[in-house]
Every structure is written in C-alpha cells, then in structure tokens.
Design a protein around this ligand. Structure first.
Ligand code: UDX
Length: 470
C-alpha cells in the first residue's frame, strides 16, 4: 500500500460487543469523511462478525483499500463467565501481537496517523504507540459519569470504600466530587463488590484509567448537554474531549443503511419480533434485554418471567443462548409456550429498531451504556437491573440524576418486577418520568443535527486528525 497524505486511523476496541459497536460506528464515520481505517478485532470476534454480516451489504470484508479489517490471535469467546480469562489471555498475547501488526502496517508504507484505542486497551496500545511514535486518542465507551467515577477508584481504596467492606451497601460515598449526594456503596462499579485480596478487576480498572491519561485526547459516546457538569470536571484531566454521542444516531444521520456495517453484532439478529411488534398497541410493550455479558440464574429468570406475566403487559424478551447459567437450566422455548399470548422471546433482537418501534413503551435493561443511550435516544423510559462494571453507576444516574427510569438494583423478585412494570407503563409516575425522557430524547436528537454538539465535535475530531497527517 502506498503512503499518502490521507489520514490513516487505526481502531483497537476491547473485544466485547458493547465496545466494538460504538467503535465501529465511529470508524465508519471517519472513513466516510475521507480517512483510511484499519479496524482490529480478535480472531474470534472477527469470525463471528463475518458470519453474522449480510454479505451483500456488509463492510466486514476489506471492502476497499480504505477500510481494512485485521485481527490478533485471541480465541476467547467473551461472556461474563470467562471475562477474567479473556483479560488474562489479552495481557499475555495482545500486546506483542499488536506490536507485530503495527510494525508490519508501518513497513507496508501505511503508517497510522493515530490510534483510537479503547480506554481499557491502554495496556495493549499505549507503550507500543509511544515506542513507535504514533499518537493515541482514547475512546472510553462508557458514560462520562462512570468515567469520572473510575478516576476516583484509587481514592475509594484510600478511604476504605472499595472494595466495599462488610457488605454495607447503603453507605453514602462522599469522596467523588459532584456525586456526594448521589452515590451509595451499592452504586459503585460492580467489581468494587469483590472481596479482598483477589480483586484483580479493581486493580485492572485502576491501572487502565491511569494509563488512559497518557493519550492526547478523550472521546466519549455521550451527549454534552446531558453530562455537561461531569464533562467539565473531566476537562481537568483531558484538555481535549470529543463527545460524539449517541454515536449510533450520529451514524444514522450521516451514513446510508446500504453503506453500513449491518449492526456490528456478534449475534445474528432475529427479526421476527418486528412482525410481532407491528401487531401490538401503541406504547404497550415492555422490551427486556440484559445486553451481551450479563447472565441470570434459573431463579432470577423465573422471578423476572412471573413479574412480567403478572404485570399484564405484553413483553419482548431477549434470551441469549448463554444468558441462563446454573445446573438446571430453562429452555427458552418452554417459557415462550407458556407466555405465547403476551410475550415474545428472541435470542438476539435488532435493538435500535425495537426501541424506535411505536409499540415499545418501556425498557427493562441491565443499564449497559449503549442500551442506556439507545433508550434515551428513542425516548423510552427504563427499569434498571444492573449487574457489573459501569452498570451500577448508570442505573443510579438514570433514576436519581436524570429521572428517566427506576432502579431496581439488588432486588429480583416477582412482585417488584410487576409493580415497576405497571408504574413505568401506565401510572402517574410514568407521566412524570416521560417529561424528562422526552427532553433527553430531544437533547440527543439535537446533538447529532448539523450545528449540534456531537455533530460539531465529530467535525473537530476529523479536522484534528487531518492536521496530524504529514
Ligand atoms: C458491555 C458492558 O456490559 C456494559 O456495561 C458497558 O457499558 C459496555 O460494554 P453490553 O453488556 O453488551 O456491554 O451492554 P450494552 O452497552 O448495552 O451494549 C449492548 C449492545 O448490543 C447494544 O448496542 C444493543 O443495541 C445491542 N443488542 C443487545 C442488540 O443489538 N440486540 C440485542 O438483542 C441485545
């Protein structure tokens, strides 16, 4: 390949669904704006993306010399059960593989202008990039609120608030500026609950958050107007912050579907639920999904299922093949048979489309950041049931700061599920919540319009990357 003065941006996502998808959307936006892009996956995820993609429209093949896919040899299938294993493998394999790949790209006369590395892939990217003299921009795919919380993990350890001692989950957390009256122990990132001394996740996130600061700028998939106070606090760490969220909405407004990455999904979408949704009354359906990593026990599934059925509301539930853990599993088909009248179960849904469907009136979610932003963008209020990492912080913001949903963290019984579904779907409480939900949807929509904050920040990012080119 020949060296040109077209910018060449290399993307390195953390290898799980919730990180790959927003990165891929940004990669396509930069590619559309004239940059050459190289997108790096693990072998395992690359093969999964390829097998799920629509071969006619997909960009998962090197569709042009300006958009290339490369992979590094990591074979783990990510799920909550083996995420530690994935991290261990990455720490051994990924850095040398990435270095080798980068050297071969450079010797191919295609030196990257910059690397956009996931905020939790600094251990792979930063040293190598510094050694080879390539600037790094870090893309943290979680909320600004949670990014700020992660920057206080060391402080939380110092004050004895993390790991959370003695299971006291109701203690107020006072050492995070701006969140003094918001967070309790139970709202801290999920890995703060792991007992000492084997808290390797806490250590990992502390290290990665500190390493991120070696990058020249920070990209966040958020809407400036929604998280403005905490973004200005983050400005004390990063002088340059590009908020470009919701990146899926920015992407939709600028890239035609026929030219798109077909969802960047690790699971194959089952579109049969769209036909079912078409037959449901306006705003009547509660959509239920726990994202790509959260797992449920058999008992938890049954509590959710009874609560949903008893609420009397139609529901659409994503039951991934690896969602249910434990010895005596449940066959989703059995649930579906009993639920047939009111519920519909799929193994993976076209979620953005589902949330935008007029029949959907609420979202029971694990509060992953992509799901939260997609729900905000679609103007759908939430019931939050967080389990890991950033999800606890997000769900607290949804209920207490933004007031666009309810937080049912740490409870999982059928009567709570039933009550919250009824409250969310048709009560006076819904009216209150819908006021802020509608306002947030408007802020998200405005941000991706020409002149809006995310639109303008993307333009700035494009310009700044161009100015790095020789
Ligand atoms: C992970 C972490 O769990 C999450 O906390 C973090 O914020 C991002 O990384 P994940 O669990 O997959 O992500 O949740 P989320 O961030 O919500 O991302 C899930 C993505 O998969 C969303 O873009 C959603 O639209 C998509 N999805 C989910 C589907 O397309 N179909 C489905 O059926 C379910």
């Amino acid at each position: 390949m020949e060296q040109t003065n077209i910018p060449h941006v290399l993307f390195l996502p953390f290898p799980v669904q919730g990180h790959i998808r927003p990165m891929m959307k940004l990669a396509e936006l930069l590619n559309q704006a004239g940059s050459q892009v190289t997108f790096i996956n693990t072998d395992h995820n690359h093969n999964r993306l390829m097998s799920n993609a629509d071969l006619k429209t997909s960009s998962f093949h090197d569709r042009s010399p300006k958009f290339l896919f490369r992979s590094i040899p990591v074979e783990n299938a990510p799920s909550l059960l083996n995420i530690k294993e994935l991290l261990d493998t990455l720490q051994i394999v990924a850095r040398p593989a990435f270095r080798q790949l980068l050297i071969s790209i450079i010797s191919d006369q295609c030196r990257p202008t910059c690397i956009i590395a996931d905020g939790i892939m600094s251990f792979v990217a930063i040293d190598v990039a510094e050694e080879l003299g390539i600037p790094v921009i870090t893309f943290r795919t979680i909320s600004a609120s949670c990014t700020w919380t992660y920057f206080h993990l060391s402080k939380l350890v110092e004050t004895g608030d993390a790991p959370i001692p003695d299971g006291n989950l109701d203690k107020s957390i006072t050492c995070i500026p701006g969140y003094e009256n918001v967070l309790r122990s139970r709202d801290l990132p999920g890995f703060c609950r792991v007992e000492k001394p084997e808290n390797s996740f806490l250590k990992f996130f502390m290290r990665e958050t500190s390493a991120m600061t070696r990058a020249s700028a920070l990209i966040l998939n958020t809407v400036h107007e929604i998280e403005a106070p905490v973004i200005s606090r983050l400005n004390s760490i990063f002088t340059k912050i590009y908020t470009i969220g919701p990146v899926h909405a920015l992407y939709k407004s600028r890239i035609s579907q026929s030219d798109s990455s077909n969802g960047a999904g690790l699971w194959k979408e089952d579109r049969s639920c769209m036909t079912w949704l078409n037959c449901q009354p306006l705003r009547s359906v509660i959509y239920v999904s726990f994202g790509s990593l959260v797992c449920l026990t058999r008992d938890q599934v049954l509590e959710f299922w009874h609560g949903l059925v008893n609420s009397g509301k139609p529901f659409l539930w994503v039951v991934r093949p690896d969602l249910i853990v434990g010895e005596s599993g449940i066959d989703p088909m059995e649930l579906e048979m009993v639920t047939k009248e009111r519920g519909f179960i799929v193994s993976w849904a076209p979620q953005e489309e589902v949330l935008a469907h007029p029949a959907v009136g609420g979202f029971l979610t694990h509060s992953g950041w992509n799901s939260t932003l997609e729900s905000i963008n679609a103007g759908v209020p939430m019931i939050c049931w967080p389990e890991l990492a950033d999800q606890q912080v997000n769900s607290r913001c949804v209920s207490e700061v933004w007031k666009i949903g309810f937080d049912m963290k740490d409870t999982c019984d059928r009567s709570t599920v039933e009550k919250l579904v009824r409250d969310l779907m048709d009560s006076n409480k819904r009216e209150e919540i819908m006021k802020s939900t509608d306002e947030f949807a408007r802020l998200a929509a405005d941000s991706v319009k020409e002149g809006g904050s995310s639109y303008t920040n993307l333009e700035k990012l494009i310009k700044d990357i161009r100015s790095m080119s020789p």
